[in-house]
Design a protein around this ligand. Structure first.
Ligand code: INI
Length: 156
């Protein structure tokens, strides 16, 4: 085949990465932050190229992500948080607005914004996605950020 395929490297050296991490459900979110930093460093990042911005809850992540993406200081921004379903529909509303708004920030700014917010039905399900049975969503989000940051450079 002679098709031209463009694919990006999984090399994080020199990439400036911003993490927007919620304080809500800190017990789980801190594991997502560790997973994301571990992934970035294993792929060649220097810790000095990683900035973690703390916010109250996932609802605020698009706001912080927008300022970071607009600043020109980051090759990718990753939103990390955990939204656990409670007795009210609050969690569903947060998840819906967060994923749409993060995608909008990415499209409006031209900077990849990766959604690493875990939507969970229970604390147990959240823990499963934060470094136990179902992997670590922070790690996976960081891997996507590396690939997208490099892809944007390839396509520029
Ligand atoms: N924020 C979260 O990050 N996770 C949650 O599970 C959550 N719940 O369930 O309420 C949550 N709420 C706070 C919200 O993100 C905002 O910080 C708050 O509403 C102020 O705007």
């Amino acid at each position: 085949m002679s098709v031209k395929e463009i694919g990006a490297k999984l090399q994080a050296k020199g990439l400036k990465i911003g993490l927007v991490a919620s304080r809500f459900n800190e017990f789980v979110t801190k594991e997502l932050i560790s997973g994301a930093v571990d992934c970035l460093v294993r792929h060649g990042s220097n810790e000095s190229d990683i900035t973690v911005v703390r916010i109250p809850g996932a609802n605020e992540s698009p706001m912080a992500a927008q300022i970071m993406a607009r600043s020109g200081k980051f090759d990718a921004v990753i939103a990390l948080g955990v939204v656990i379903q409670g007795a009210t529909p609050h969690a569903g509303l947060i998840n819906g607005q967060v994923s749409k708004s993060l995608a909008k920030v990415a499209l409006d700014t031209g900077v990849p914004v990766i959604n690493g917010v875990v939507p969970a039905e229970s604390l147990e399900q959240a823990i499963e996605r934060a470094g136990t049975k179902a992997g670590n969503k922070g790690w996976a989000a960081a891997q996507a950020a590396i690939e997208m940051a490099n892809l944007y450079k390839e396509l520029a």
